[in-house]
Design a binder for this molecule. Structure first.
Ligand SMILES: *[C@@H]1O[C@H](CO)[C@@H](O)[C@H](O)[C@H]1NC(C)=O
Ligand SMILES: *[C@@H]1O[C@H](CO)[C@@H](O)[C@H](O)[C@H]1NC(C)=O
Ligand SMILES: *[C@@H]1O[C@H](CO)[C@@H](O)[C@H](O)[C@H]1NC(C)=O
Ligand SMILES: *[C@@H]1O[C@H](CO)[C@@H](O)[C@H](O)[C@H]1NC(C)=O
Length: 284
């Protein structure tokens, strides 16, 4: 009886939350399926002179937390980009990106993050990391609710974007996004501004993803009022007020990452923007 009641309450509280134990339950290849090898919850993406490859979730999600453990291309990864990102469909799309920019052997990777809202991006930040991301798996996550977006590395926030719609700044909160991963050649821009090209004699390049966690509100594409279903009521853990801000330890870690590892911030790029984007005046 109490077990059933508990189950019933769980179903009421957590409709459509997907936990992934098997890659093929949630994801499917998007391009070059022959370059993707999956086994259970572990997949390897290959880039060679013929092609890169990519996968995507079959469903879209509005709010929640999505994570993957990723181990990036080892050795000479110059010219390659491994991406883990969330994106909605269509022209005026929303998107949250982790892009890992490869480098020559021994030189550090950069992590570029970006946020597209209603089709417009141009919100890049670049961080170096406090570890070599090609040696071991590390966890990269998106946390997203109607008030806050966080990009996390091993659960440490490296970027926070707050909802400032009240100040006329757009915020992505109405379009459900799919979860994507890919590996491709971007040697026209990725490494040292495009000066270092992919050395194809080191191909194939391999990046591995595993332990996907999707704790998010799943939406079918045919539902119009997405926000009605995914968080009107305070039904999800990510809608709890305390989720909108960093606790003291997380805040300290975030400040320390900003001080030590943030190498590029669009908000500081006066050569690029004659007028610094509005959201940049707010301190997170
Ligand atoms: C994953 O799912 C696929 C298709 O549903 C199935 O063939 C495969 O055996 C599953 N693998 C594991 C490790 O559960
Ligand atoms: C999104 O962009 C389109 C033009 O591309 C514009 O017409 C629309 O008002 C924008 N929506 C919001 C909410 O800013
Ligand atoms: C690659 O290494 C060089 C030299 O250490 C560094 O300047 C650059 O930021 C690194 N990352 C990329 C993606 O170019
Ligand atoms: C590419 O890698 C090969 C094998 O390591 C090396 O001999 C060659 O010099 C490299 N090419 C460039 C342009 O660095």
């Amino acid at each position: 009886m109490s077990v059933l009641l508990h189950l019933f309450i769980s179903l009421l509280m957590f409709p459509n939350i997907a936990f992934c134990s098997n890659f093929t339950d949630i994801f499917e290849p998007k391009w070059a399926p022959d370059h993707i090898v999956s086994q259970g919850n572990h997949i390897v993406l290959t880039l060679d002179p013929q092609s890169g490859c990519g996968f995507a979730s079959k469903k879209n999600y509005l709010f929640g937390k999505t994570s993957a453990q990723i181990k990036l291309v080892e050795g000479d990864s110059a010219g390659t980009v491994t991406a883990f990102y969330m994106s909605s469909d269509g022209a005026n799309h929303d998107e949250l990106d982790f892009e890992f920019l490869g480098n020559s052997s021994g030189e550090p990777y950069l992590v570029q993050t970006n946020i597209y809202i209603n089709g417009t991006g141009d919100r890049e930040q670049r961080h170096s990391l406090w570890f070599d991301p090609s040696k071991d798996f590390h966890t990269y996550s998106f946390f997203w609710n109607r008030r806050t977006i966080m990009f996390l590395v091993d659960d440490i926030p490296i970027r926070v974007f707050k909802n400032k719609e009240r100040n006329g700044i757009p915020y992505p909160k109405s379009r459900a996004m799919g979860i994507h991963g890919s590996l491709w050649n971007a040697d026209d821009w990725a490494t040292q501004g495009g000066r270092i090209k992919t050395n194809w004699s080191h191909a194939p390049f391999l990046a591995a993803f595993q332990s996907f966690e999707v704790d998010a509100c799943e939406l079918s594409p045919d539902i119009d009022d997405a926000s009605e279903k995914c968080g009107k009521q305070r039904q999800f853990w990510w809608d709890k007020p305390e989720m909108n801000k960093l606790d003291r330890m997380k805040k300290r870690a975030f400040k320390s990452v900003q001080a030590k590892y943030l190498l590029y911030d669009y908000c500081k790029d006066t050569s690029r923007f004659t007028e610094i984007p509005k959201e940049c005046q707010y301190e997170y």
